[in-house]
Design a protein around this ligand. Structure first.
Ligand code: ADE
Ligand code: ZN
Length: 323
């Protein structure tokens, strides 16, 4: 697989592997509703985004202390680095933790400690993107932003995730404006299950610089031409799309069509502990199933570096190593 890569669409809470769920539950005295690992794994069959989110949020009950978040982050960094990732911009969902009594500062300090260790021990550079849960009240999103900015941890950006349909990006216009004024970069999930209209809103109302998923853009030809002309990066997650039934199977994934339309596509893992693979697994399976050539894989790797928010020097360094 081509290396080095940047991973730009990765939910840290979605890297919570079944073994770690049991370990943290034991340590924190949390009673799990699963008999054993097999019983838990048997539930990793999803009908749609919401059926996944129900399990994803439930399993977060095991994450309680800053040390838990540091452990989770370090485990992701080690695994991603082994798969060729050299720069990662990671999503965190603070509202999913404050809702169960874990302060935003605890979450972000733990994540920052894990990422600091990844940089010093692995040379993996990174940034934190705090995500608004779009299916919760706007006032709560505003509070999340304020608490995140006050946590004393460097933040890279703001994102928008959770249940998409019925929760258009425009709801969060003011929150994204405030985030931009605070110096945060802006991204949003759009066009995963939601319609192309949500991509237009993400671009024109929220002012995002990248769109997460975005696969449904292909239903709107004018939108595709705009995304291609402006080279707006789309952080595509093929194994996620298969597991959440956005596409029937990997052979039916529109990745190749997206590349052929001139879109700036990057490959990512989304929630690798739940969807059957990390970013190198996504690349390998797309190569094998969609017949991606070595040149196309190299293009995806270069796209990921170009679409990242890394500084110019770091980007040049990673691109030079790609050859
Ligand atoms: N949160 C974690 N994974 C997500 C996804 N694929 N879509 C929306 N929200 C998410
Ligand atoms: Zn996602």
């Amino acid at each position: 697989m081509p290396s080095p890569l940047a991973e730009l669409h990765l939910h840290l809470e979605g890297t919570l592997e079944p073994e770690l769920i049991f370990e943290l539950a034991r340590r924190n005295g949390v009673t799990l509703p699963y008999r054993d690992l097999d019983d838990l794994r048997a539930r990793y069959r999803f009908r749609d985004l919401q059926s996944f989110l129900d399990l994803y949020y439930a399993n977060m009950a095991t994450l309680r202390t800053a040390a838990d978040f540091e452990r989770l982050t370090w485990a992701y960094a080690e695994r991603a680095h082994a798969g060729g990732v050299r720069h990662a911009e990671v999503f965190v969902d603070p509202q999913a933790h404050t809702a169960r009594g874990v302060p935003t500062e605890t979450v972000l300090r733990g994540v920052a400690a894990g990422l600091g260790r990844a940089e010093s021990e692995l040379g993996l550079t990174s940034g934190i993107i705090v995500c608004v849960l779009r299916d919760r009240p706007v006032a709560e999103a505003r509070r999340m932003l304020e608490e995140s900015l006050a946590a004393g941890v460097p933040l890279l950006g703001i994102g928008l995730d959770s249940a998409e349909v019925g929760y258009p990006p425009s709801l969060f216009a003011d929150v994204f404006t405030a985030a931009a004024e605070a110096g945060l970069r802006r991204v949003a999930h759009a066009g995963e299950e939601g319609p192309p209209e949500y991509l237009w809103q993400a671009l024109d109302v929220l002012g995002v610089e990248r769109v997460d998923h975005g696969v449904r853009c292909l239903e709107d030809d004018v939108l595709v031409r705009r995304l291609a002309a402006e080279q707006v990066p789309l952080t595509v997650c093929p194994l996620s799309n298969v597991r959440l039934r956005v596409v029937d199977d990997l052979a039916a994934h529109p990745l190749r069509r997206m590349l052929d339309r001139g879109l700036l596509v990057t490959l990512n893992s989304d929630d690798p502990a739940y969807f059957g693979g990390y970013v190198d697994d996504n690349l390998r399976q797309c190569r094998d199933t969609l017949g991606l050539t070595g040149a196309e894989l190299a293009t995806l790797a270069a796209n990921s570096v170009r679409a990242s928010f890394a500084g110019a020097g770091r980007k040049a360094e990673l691109l030079a190593r790609l050859g």
